[in-house]
Design a protein around this ligand. Structure first.
Ligand code: FAD
Length: 513
């Protein structure tokens, strides 16, 4: 077994000192820090405390890279190494159709925000977003030179309309801070050591035998990779079966292909669950739907796919006229019959429904009515059936298709095994999780990246020495990795405690040198 920790530490302490010089010269950083009143007694100890410690981040995606940046910002002397088996930030690159929808700008209320997470909505309802919500994400990127815009539907994009802007920002910030990014390597095994550390087996793409590294802290941010779930299991965590979320519905109906390209601005779509014991309100969604050559897509369908990701449902019921009551529908159809008795069914239909002709003909076909039939010869029962068809049109869902702009995985490490204050494992101390590896997923609109940016740190254990020196550890020792350390939009620090943690003292120490 070969231990290469020494190499890591050597390499990273050099990078660290370079980073410290750069950060020290950052005027904004110094001036904001100087506003804080910190005691100096614990500073040298705190600084020493982290200087030999190593945080290994598994995965160089959004959560891993951002987590590494925040760890390095809060604890500059900590050695932070990101191990990425492929290309870093590869999903960020393709996200949002290449534009990267970084967060959602319409959800300022935490409860409202949490409602956008089919897995996680209960757990995220509390203080989770207080420390780092969409406003903090926007502030962070703005402070780091990325100009953002909020589109009408709340999605937040870089003004450049290019995900490269986000990637460049994250990569240059991690380089500036001295985060080490090692690509082409995968963490394949993890086990706790007797000394409370982690022994990690790391495999290079080019080498067959793994090398071993001992880490003081471990952040698993491996997205939906099986390897990541396996690491979590090796460290004692259970895994909620991963299933795709955010997909479009394949529908078995050859006639539907003729409608490909039609958009319904507003329908009410419901997934029917056989033998459901209770009504699940989120399995009904109202909004635009698009007919594709394989089935249905569009915002209402994507929301439905996310909420219904873990339920087995084959029946989709669509109300194509959600604003018109069934009785009104019947009377509108009856009036139309009386007024246009001599017209053919295919040539004339009530404009009140706002439907396109191709769809009207489809509905007639589903009712077994021929387009050449005159309105005069339509029976009352046929009119009632037509009304029912428009309100409760059943479709048989045969499968899922990936939505090209965004898809995510539901399932992963259960939130019940994580402290929601710190994102630290309740099973293994000094082990943290972030991003898609957790059993959290959002609907489309920037909520998934918002989850990836939400990670907390608790990178130091109890510090008796500091306490003896008069350093009082706050009750809530949590510091969100992504909460703005130097708040622009809101004073997150003062909400929690006036007492800094050792990691912050480190930062103060070298800035004040
Ligand atoms: C096409 C597409 C478009 C999307 N668009 C948006 C959008 O616009 N807005 C939005 O909010 N969300 C979007 N998402 C979802 C979003 O990309 C994810 O929620 C987010 O990337 C999750 O970040 P992560 O860091 O947790 O995981 P990932 O981005 O998947 O990163 C995990 C990384 O870990 C690496 N890794 C895994 N296992 C190991 C290992 N054992 N050792 C080393 N490295 C490992 C992987 O190679 C990967 O790079 C989109 C997703 C897709 C697929």
């Amino acid at each position: 077994m070969s231990f290469t920790l020494a190499r890591f530490v050597l390499l990273h302490s050099r990078v660290c000192s370079e980073a410290a010089t750069t950060t020290k010269n950052n005027g904004g950083l110094i001036s904001t820090l100087n506003k804080r009143k910190f005691t100096s007694t614990a500073i040298p100890r705190a600084q020493n405390k982290t200087s030999e410690e190593l945080l290994v981040v598994v995965g160089g995606g959004a959560a891993g890279v951002y987590g590494a940046i925040r760890a390095k910002t809060l604890a500059p002397n900590l050695n932070v190494v990101v191990i990425e088996k492929g290309k870093p930030l590869s999903k960020v690159k393709i996200s949002g159709g290449g534009r990267c929808n970084v967060t959602n700008g319409h959800c300022v209320d935490n409860k409202m925000l949490a409602e956008n997470y089919p897995r996680g909505h209960k757990e995220l309802r509390g203080a989770f977003f207080n420390v780092h919500g969409p406003v903090d994400t926007m502030s962070w990127f703005s402070e780091h030179g990325v100009r953002l815009k909020i589109e009408d539907d709340g999605r937040v994009f870089p003004v450049s309309n290019s995900s490269s802007t986000i990637i460049d920002c994250l990569m240059s910030e991690s380089t500036r801070l001295g985060v080490s990014l090692q690509t082409g390597k995968a963490v394949i095994t993890a086990s706790p050591t007797a000394g409370g550390k982690f022994l990690l087996g790391i495999e290079k793409r080019t080498f067959s035998s793994p090398e071993y590294v001992e880490a003081d802290y471990l952040l698993i941010a491996s997205g939906n990779s099986k390897q990541g779930y396996s690491l979590a299991s090796q460290l004692g965590h259970s895994i909620v079966d991963p299933v795709p979320s955010l997909f479009t519905f394949k529908i078995e109906d050859p006639r539907l292909a003729d409608l490909s390209g039609i958009t319904f601005p507003i329908v009410k779509a419901t997934l029917k669950i056989e033998n459901a014991r209770r009504n699940i309100p989120q399995l009904t969604q109202v909004g635009p739907v698009l007919v594709t050559h394989w089935g249905f897509s569009g915002p209402a369908i994507l929301r439905l796919s996310a909420w219904g990701a873990c339920v087995l449902s084959r029946t989709l019921i669509v109300d194509f006229t959600p604003d018109v009551h069934i009785e009104d529908l019947k009377s509108i159809l009856t009036q139309h019959k009386n007024r246009f008795a001599k017209q053919k069914l295919s040539n004339s239909y009530p404009s009140e429904f706002g439907l396109v002709k191709r769809f009207w003909i489809y509905i007639l076909g589903r009712q077994g009515l021929l387009g050449d039939t005159l309105w005069a010869s339509i029976s009352k029962n046929s009119l009632i059936s037509l009304a029912h068809m428009l309100k409760h049109c059943n479709f048989y869902v045969t499968g899922k298709s990936q939505y090209k702009d965004e898809f995510v995985t539901a399932g992963g490490v259960p939130l019940s095994e994580i402290s929601m204050n710190t994102m630290e494992s309740k099973i293994q101390s000094h082990l943290f999780f972030a991003g898609e590896v957790l059993n959290v997923d959002g609907i489309t609109g920037g909520f998934n990246f918002q989850n990836a940016w939400d990670i907390f740190d608790k990178l130091d254990g109890p510090d008796e020495e500091a306490a003896a020196d008069g350093y009082e550890r706050p009750d809530n020792t949590v510091l969100n990795l992504f909460s703005p350390l130097f708040p622009v939009t809101r004073p997150s620090w003062s909400r929690r405690s006036e007492f800094p943690r050792p990691a912050d003292l480190c930062l103060t120490a070298y800035v004040n040198q």
